[in-house]
Ligand binder design. Structure first.
Ligand code: NAD
Length: 463
């Protein structure tokens, strides 16, 4: 077991103020692999002070120089790609292939995209007799979840630094090791001291201290809707800017004109990716009644191709595993038809859950409404398009969705969906497209130019 003592504050690794620690567990074998400091309000205060002190100079640094540092950060992440992937596999349990390609690879693309965007982004705009200036908001408090330990960090830190903000990051307690690697990469990239700071710690302690700190101008939070609601209320009370990326219960709608086998097969693969621990997972599959039984058969065959311990990793913790198993039991109790999987552990060791498919799920069931965050798919049956739309939009969430069908009909349907992102006929993830939710899935957008504007104030000069 590796014991880490420092936190990255003001350009150096410093011991924590207190003695509390957090054990990091490998969810594949349940072994403790490392220990990191549990930061306190005092550590958060030191980090925020460092970020405040660094802000004026960083805000005044020309965009081209900020771009140069982000390019250096991208290169440092490339150099560490194998190490990041191995660390994500160790603390999250992601299988090596997606750990390398997605968990370690996507942040390289996103960091590079912000370095590039700075070459063209207009920080000034003319409106009549006004010049509108876009200025960095100030000190950003970034709070991230464990499901994509590096991507969630980079999706906040890269645009914040690009905008000219300085940052204090509080990563999820389950995955602090990847965040430490990120801090090392920032250091190597030559950012001035205090521009980026890392405090590891517990949500209700270090996270809450960051949200409540007077020296923080903007909180960007990704996590559960329950915590997000409290973070939003605290930020609102202090009249602080806030961005919230929360949960989802996204629908994949298969219209009668779709290629059913492709739509169901890719839908199952989507729901199993990262063991279903994705806020934008397509966890509800909506099928027309005439194609429903055929879709159930295709889903059963498709899910059999996903194997725990091979392409499907464990859940991140025993708590998450228990939560997901609880939902599977609830699905059975409420009368859904189990097509594959179930509540029994598929392996003797590790927090694994069997890839699970339920049919005959109705919109009123708990498993059709609540976010499960595990490898569990619900197949729902609709009579006509209007009912499909009511079902698709019939949850408190609105993060993502998918539509399969004849292209014109699919786009027309997508326009009526209450969701921030909709994939048409298997459209690929675009790391430059705005990502974020309608309704209780959140406030604000991440990635690309839209993600940058979250970190900018506007000021108008009249001539
Ligand atoms: P969580 O809300 O428990 O934790 C997220 C982060 O918030 C962690 O860093 C945690 O330490 C911190 N935190 C916890 N309590 C806090 C408090 N009182 N004050 C300040 N910070 C606090 O969520 P989780 O269990 O880590 O992640 C799973 C959830 O996150 C799921 O619901 C999922 O949908 C959501 N999520 C959303 C997105 C998105 O982009 N919309 C992405 C990933 C995960």
């Amino acid at each position: 077991m590796k014991i880490h003592e420092g936190m990255y504050i003001d350009g150096a690794w410093r011991p924590a103020a207190g003695t509390g620690t957090i054990a990091v567990v490998n969810p594949s074998d349940e072994q403790v692999i490392a220990q990191v400091p549990a930061g306190s309000a005092e550590d958060v205060d030191a980090a925020v002070r460092a970020a405040r002190a660094a802000f004026p100079a960083w805000a005044a640094t020309p965009p081209a120089e900020r771009a140069a540092r982000l390019t250096a950060l991208r290169d440092a992440l490339v150099a560490r790609q194998d190490e990041v992937a191995a660390t994500v596999t160790a603390e999250l349990g992601a299988p090596p292939k997606p750990a390398h390609a997605v968990h370690a690879g996507l942040p390289v693309v996103v960091t590079g995209s912000y370095a590039e965007l700075l070459g063209t982004y207009p920080f000034e705009e003319k409106i009549g007799n006004s010049t509108v200036l876009l200025e960095p908001v100030g000190v950003v408090g970034a709070i991230t979840p464990w499901n994509f330990p590096l991507h969630q960090v980079v999706a906040k830190v890269a645009p914040a630094l690009a905008a000219g903000c300085t940052v204090v990051l509080k990563p999820a307690e389950e995955t602090p090791l990847t965040a430490r690697l990120f801090a090392e990469a920032v250091h190597e990239a030559g950012f001035p001291a205090g521009v980026f700071n890392l405090v590891t710690g517990l949500g209700p302690v270090a996270g809450q201290a960051l949200v409540e700190h007077d020296g923080v101008d903007l909180i960007s939070f990704t996590g559960s809707t329950g915590v997000g609601r409290r973070v939003g209320a605290a930020a609102g009370g202090a009249v602080k800017r806030v961005a919230l990326e929360l949960g989802g219960k996204s629908a994949s709608v298969i219209l009668p004109g779709a290629d059913l086998a492709e739509a169901v097969g890719l839908g199952i693969a989507n729901a199993m990716f990262n063991s279903g621990q994705r806020c934008n997972a397509l966890t509800r599959v909506l099928v027309h009644k005439d194609q429903y039984e055929e879709a159930v058969a295709i889903a059963a065959e498709a899910v059999a191709g996903h194997t725990p311990g091979k392409d499907v990793g464990p859940l991140v913790s025993a708590d998450q595993r228990d939560r997901v198993v609880g939902y599977i039991e609830k699905g059975l109790a409420e009368g859904a038809r189990l097509v594959a999987g179930g509540p029994e552990a598929p392996l003797d060791r590790g927090y694994y859950v069997a890839p699970t498919v339920f049919a005959d799920v109705t919109p009123d069931m708990t498993i059709a409404q609540e976010e499960i965050f595990g490898p569990v798919v619900a197949l729902l049956k609709y009579e006509d398009e209007e009912e499909a739309l009511r079902m698709a939009n019939g949850t408190v969430y609105g993060l993502a969705g998918a539509v399969w069908g004849e292209p014109g009909a699919a786009v027309a349907f997508a326009r009526r969906m209450e969701a921030g992102q909709v994939d048409i006929n298997g459209g690929r993830f675009n790391p430059l497209a705005p990502f974020g939710g309608y309704k209780q899935s959140g406030v604000g957008r991440e990635l690309g130019a839209h993600g940058l504007t979250e970190y900018l104030h506007t000021k108008s000069l009249q001539f």
